[in-house]
Design a binder for this molecule. Structure first.
Ligand code: TYD
Ligand code: MG
Length: 451
């Protein structure tokens, strides 16, 4: 049975809190908190049976999503932000969390959406300097530099913004707790109070959280269950590339990504990431194969690179970046046993250009082709893409979403596709030539002139 929790309700503003204090943290009225035995959301007397209804009888107001005006950002959120939702934005320090939120809020404020940016780490001057860099120097966006939970709650109650940012939750402190800001207790108390307040008022709340390398201090991980959506902002190996991922989304798809490039004037959206990932590709090099991978609902073309050569130092060296090491080892054995490529004494390195991670089995076929291409020192077709799973018997196996993958390849002008025979149906609308692979042998035939 759920433990009953005492809450305190303010007689003035109706806000409820788990702790008593002499002054209401929300409306600042003195001596207005009264004990209430029912927790927030419980509408029954203690001990009375809970109310029940049927799913069909529940009406849901399908909230109108608010578009930030940064399409890549809106896409990751599932097509805009839902009023009343709480979103955690995590990421390493310096990745650009403050910048992306400032830009999103700046755009909203420009459309007269009431927004509030609470900076807990930086002074207002620092916020202003960043705003000037991203062209928001004259913005009407409301900003505040505050770290006290009570003051922030008061500010939210007074300003009633439609969208609020608290940057970052690790610096907010509730006055009633002895623990320092950033400690587990502080972070979860403050995040709970802020999300409750915003949910009640239908305000969208963005909480910024730093991920530490150790990941063991109170940080975004501990907050994930409190919020509706968890976004991670990551920097990939491309120095300037930033990828926004949804790791949890109660109101949209996960695994969506938004791609940005950071420059001297803030974050710029990358509308066509495939072009960027393939920009520096050396089309004549051996060991390079382009693969259409799926990131959420989006097909992206990425370049898988392999370097294979005789090992000079006893035990061959194998390193991968961006692909699953266990699958890579398995595929090396498949190449050796099923296709007769003597990989045993070879060093082998695999890399996905642009620092993208491709962990789906659909990367098997392009990976095997890249390895074979490097092993033979023969370039693969420069105008081909390849995608497909490879079984232990060396057989090509169909993968999902082939139509969308090939559409992206078509869009970027690729003229050939090397895909499992089982996916032939999906290839009908592909404008170029389709090479069907039943067994690895069919794919390797492509190197030896059967073009
Ligand atoms: P910031 O948004 O402060 O990161 P976070 O809030 O995640 O800690 O971004 C910090 C980095 O971004 C910093 O290294 C400077 C760089 N930056 C740019 O390259 N261009 C810009 O226009 C801005 C505002 C920042
Ligand atoms: Mg910051």
């Amino acid at each position: 049975m759920a433990r009953e929790k005492t809450t305190f309700v303010c007689a003035e503003c109706g806000a409820s809190f788990y702790r008593w204090s002499g002054r209401c943290p929300q409306c600042h009225e003195w001596d207005s908190l009264e004990e209430n035995r029912a927790g927030p959301g419980q509408r029954t007397e203690p001990g009375a049976p809970a109310a029940v209804t049927t799913l069909g009888a529940i009406g849901v107001e399908s909230g109108v999503r608010v578009l930030t005006g940064l399409p890549e950002f809106d896409r990751v959120l599932g097509g805009g932000i839902l009023p009343g939702s709480a979103i955690l934005l995590g990421g390493d320090p310096g990745v650009g969390k403050s910048t992306v939120l400032l830009q999103a809020l700046g755009r909203l404020a420009a459309r007269a959406v009431p927004c509030l940016y609470v900076s807990c780490e930086e002074s207002l001057e620092q916020v202003k300097m960043r705003a000037e860099r991203v062209g928001l120097g004259d913005s009407a966006l409301a900003v505040s530099a505050e770290t006290s939970l009570e003051s922030i709650l008061g500010l939210l109650a007074v300003q009633t913004p439609a969208v609020a940012v608290v940057d970052s939750i690790q610096r907010v402190a509730a006055g009633e707790l002895d623990s320092p800001p950033g400690s587990q207790r502080q972070v979860s108390t403050c995040a709970t109070a802020l999300t409750e307040a915003c949910k009640r008022d239908g305000c969208v709340l963005f909480l910024v959280g730093h991920v530490t390398k150790q990941g063991n201090i109170a940080g975004p991980r501990a907050l994930e269950h409190l919020v509706d959506t968890v976004l991670y902002f990551e920097s990939e190996r491309f120095q300037s590339l930033r990828i926004l991922r949804a790791a949890k989304n109660r109101f949209g798809a996960i695994d969506e990504i938004g791609v940005f490039e950071i420059g001297s004037d803030g974050l710029r959206e990358v509308g066509n990431p495939s072009e960027l990932f393939l920009a520096e590709r050396d089309t004549g090099a051996s060991g390079s194969v382009v693969m259409p991978t799926m990131e959420g609902t989006r097909a992206l073309l990425v370049e898988i690179q392999a370097l294979v050569g005789p090992s000079n130092y006893g035990t061959p060296e194998r390193k991968v970046s961006g692909v699953d090491y266990r699958r890579f080892s398995m595929l090396l054995s498949v190449l050796e046993r099923r296709a007769g490529l003597k990989m045993g004494g070879c060093d082998a390195f695999v890399n996905v250009a642009g620092g993208i991670r491709v962990y789906e089995p659909a990367a098997d076929l392009p990976l095997v082709l890249a390895l074979a291409s490097s092993f033979r020192d023969q370039p693969f077709f420069p105008d081909a893409v390849s995608v497909g799973e490879v079984g232990l018997g060396g057989e090509g196996r169909a993968v999902s979403r082939m139509g969308e993958r090939l559409k992206e390849a078509d869009k970027l002008g690729f003229a050939r596709a090397v895909i499992p025979a089982g996916n032939s149906g999906a290839a009908e609308r592909f404008g170029g030539q389709v090479h069907r692979v039943r067994h690895l042998g069919d794919a390797f035939g492509l190197f030896s002139g059967e073009r």
